[in-house]
Design a protein around this ligand. Sequence first.
Ligand code: GLY
Ligand code: MN
Length: 462
Amino acid sequence: MFDIKIYKARRTELKKRISSGLILFLANHESPMNYKDNQYRFRQDSSFLYYTGIDEPNIAAILDIDENKDILFADDPQVDDIIWMGQLESFNEKAMKSGMTEVLPFAKLSEVLSRAKRTQRNIHYIKPYRAEHIFMLMDFFGKKREEVETQFSLELTKAIVVQRNKKSDQEIEEIEKAHDITRQMHITAMQMAKPGMRESEIAGTIEGIALSNGPGVSFPAIVSVRGEILHNHSHGNYLKEGDLLVNDSGAESCMHYAADITRTFPVSGTYTTKQREIYEIVLQAQITAIEQLKPGILYKDIHLNAAKAIAEGLKALGLMKGDMEEAVQAGAHALFLPHGLGHMMGLDVHDMENLGEEFVGYAEGQKRSEQFGLAYLRLARKLESGFVLTVEPGIYFIPELYNQWALAKRFDSFINYEKVKDYLNFGGIRIEDDVLITSNGHRVLGKPIPKTIRDIEEIRKK
Ligand code: GLY
Ligand code: MN
């Protein structure tokens, strides 16, 4: 946990931002895999962690704005639980470390909420994403599922986003601890990969590194020679000479802050000429995008600049043609780059995605594009110091998308379909780093992880 002062200050600021009433935070529950007592790794809700630091299931917190009380609802384990799980720190002790003003039995929660409802006080809660929370809210408020899912507090959501979007120095330290573990995962993958190996050997090893050094991965590792499948979570392919391996993976720090890094390296040890040419385009687009980062600039513009750099690079190779400014405006580059340049990162790898990307990555009134590709951009807003975000351009050759577009002759004034055909078994390349926006620029977080062709080939040769 951070120091008690940090949690108290976070809650005080939140209560100041909300006009009146109660703020309800529900901790996550244990989640069964195949029967009740055989559970997935527990992961606390990130807002619960941010405001209380208490990393335990089946509890709740209420911040009473009008009476300025912070109440924890939790039941200490009984002997029956202690036999199986051991003696744990009491919730009174945990509440004390977090600076909560009161601890009540969990059963009191519905009483407190009923009383608030009777006296017509506002009860603010965030949009639920777990079934248990939806059921609890349905019970508390006597409402239907659709109602509890849509009647979350906009005021609370926006206030949390303002606070959590800006990372403090202590949070940056945590993210860099996550990055240290992640760096080890990436370097290990580069050192161990060889032809004949199954993707799962690498995925298992690096997820093991995350587990040996902290709570585990910040998302299921993407380790694949089919890099064109953007979120490929299956690890069943075998590595062979000539393949490119995309490793998009990250660990959590002990306090659950995330890192998220992607590297793409050759199974053979050196890149082929074709791979080298595409790699350099992605790398230059990524480096240039990072160089442009500073407060006050729209991330959407950085995304569009990177898309243009990629389109220009592809044009130089003869895969695209015409005016690349116009091509990007029309969305033709999305055949090769169908995703956004990056996202916010913090306690969640896609930070606060549960609260809604429209609040986290987009400013009030800033509309998300409906254009294919640009519509997937998670972060578009003006950057501010304290933001932590990813920069992750890529170039992919997705045969199914190619077939669909080529058949429809989509953007054929910008795309040289005959030439692209030669790349249909290429796979994909993505390069990703995590960056902090500082008061006058930016800082790439963590110690460097090999990224240039020379550095990657160097480590692969060893
Ligand atoms: N690292 C996976 C993603 O950013 O979506
Ligand atoms: Mn990412």
